[in-house]
Design a protein around this ligand. Structure first.
Ligand code: UD1
Length: 419
């Protein structure tokens, strides 16, 4: 199994370019199921998750070609099997995104339930309740969701908690249901905005995009579009901003949409990190000794993203004074604490609040990745630590970061992938 060996205590300097968003490309790829189209998706990050989604589509009869310029060509005209097997769904929960479009196109689908996750139970009840409200009959058989949606009808749906995945799945059905659907407490994440905009360009009628109320007038069919470019990954961008802030130096993070990072920019500025926000990039200038402790809470967009919680925790270990992080999305998403503590951090957990002691001196050690973003926090920690750190199980990071070691090496880090 590959691992990273990292020599710490170097500063970062230079330019790092952000790729397309993992959490946008996956629903966009799933949406190609909706009709018999041929679509080129550009700015696609090379991630194991995009490859898993392509394998899943191929299993169903979709043709997917990865091209050399970070684009993929998807031809869904021969899709004939509305079935998503456990083997693929268990490796990537976002596979569940195929349920909605399969139902909308075929009126039926059989999709494996995703199962558990390192952060806790992560149920799919909102997806299923939302689909039932649109007239879908659902049963659970041998670990699979068996869904029959031959008579889809619009309805009023209120999600008990904002859910990115449930919003995406339900929208992809509602666009082809008879009549109007109103979704309240809908997700407004930029990745969901891009999905809705893509669906509208295919002939759907969704209004309220970017707010928490979506109104969808059902249409009888969709047309094809030929091109779409994936929005920049705000989580990859935030990871590099926090890394540069923690490690020190001057780094320009390019190819981003700064508005998507407003909450992160705001928190970094409160932590006394110098930022220059330009049209499509941000320059970070940081000295470790200037970082101030700042309490945060994770929240749905436009709040501080849970996907940057682990990286922020690492930054706060270097700040002057103690701080807290309240995790409001995934109450158990704290597996990184024990690993960060192995590197010399001192973080305690009380309910879903992490209490972080600042001004820690980190020392390299052997640590283990537990999920995509926890791995990113460990890389940042290793780059701040004295000596050498070995991070194992880096297959987690390959799910969400395209060539992170190359991007970091280009700005002065010493990080090596080894077997
Ligand atoms: C997406 C992101 C993930 C991010 C998360 C929260 C993708 C591919 N993944 O995951 O990176 O961390 O949003 O921003 O886009 N919930 C239920 N029942 C459901 C669905 C969700 O109780 O049926 C709960 C979850 O347990 C969680 C909250 O709702 O507490 C939000 O989860 P959700 O937004 O659905 O996350 P994902 O779409 O899985």
């Amino acid at each position: 199994m590959d691992y990273f060996e990292i020599n710490g205590s170097k500063t970062l300097n230079g330019v790092v370019e952000v790729g397309g968003a993992k959490n946008a490309v996956l629903p966009l790829m799933a949406a190609t199921i909706l009709n018999k189209g041929k679509l080129r998706i550009s700015n696609v990050p090379t991630l194991s998750d995009s490859i898993t989604m392509s394998k899943l589509l191929e299993e169903m009869g979709v043709e997917v070609k990865f091209e050399s310029d970070n684009s993929i060509f998807v031809d869904s005209s021969k899709l004939d099997t509305p079935f998503a097997p456990y083997d693929l769904v268990k490796t990537m929960r976002a596979s569940f995104y195929v349920l909605g479009p399969l139902l909308a196109r075929f009126g039926k689908a059989k999709v494996s339930l995703p199962g558990g996750c390192a952060w806790g139970p992560r149920p799919v009840d909102f997806h299923l309740e939302g689909l039932k409200a649109l007239g879908v009959k659902i049963s659970i058989e041998n670990g699979y969701v068996v869904a029959d949606g031959s008579n889809l009808t619009g309805n009023k749906i209120h999600f008990p908690k904002i859910s990115v995945g449930a919003t995406g799945n339900v929208v992809m059905v509602a666009i082809l249901a008879k009549g109007r659907t109103t979704i309240t407490n809908a997700a407004s994440e930029p990745e969901i905005q891009q999905l809705c905009e893509m669906l509208n360009s295919m002939g759907a009628n969704i209004s309220g995009i970017g707010s928490n109320i979506l109104t969808i007038e059902g249409v009888s069919s969709l047309n094809s579009i030929s091109n779409i470019s994936v929005i920049p990954d705000r989580i990859e961008a935030g990871t590099f901003l926090i890394a540069a802030a923690a490690i020190g130096g001057e780094v320009e993070v390019t190819n981003i949409i700064p508005e998507h990072l407003d909450s992160v920019i705001n928190c970094l500025q409160k932590a006394n990190i110098q930022l220059e926000v330009k049209d499509s990039s941000i320059v970070v200038r940081s000295k470790k000794e200037d970082i101030l402790s700042t309490n945060i809470e994770t929240n749905e967009y436009p709040g501080f993203p849970t996907d940057l919680q682990a990286q922020w925790m690492m930054l706060m270990c270097l700040a002057k004074g103690n701080s807290t992080i309240k995790e409001n999305i995934y109450y158990d998403r704290f597996t990184h604490i024990m690993e960060l503590n192995r590197l010399g951090c001192n973080i305690k957990l009380e309910d879903s609040v992490a209490i972080i002691e600042g001004d820690r001196k980190l020392i390299g050690a052997d640590v283990m990745s537990t999920d995509i973003r926890a791995s990113a926090a460990l890389i940042i920690a290793a780059l701040c630590a004295s000596g050498t750190t070995k991070i194992s199980r880096i297959y987690h990071i390959d799910r969400g970061y395209d060539n992170i070691e190359k991007k970091l090496t280009n700005i002065g880090a010493e990080i090596f992938r080894k077997k």
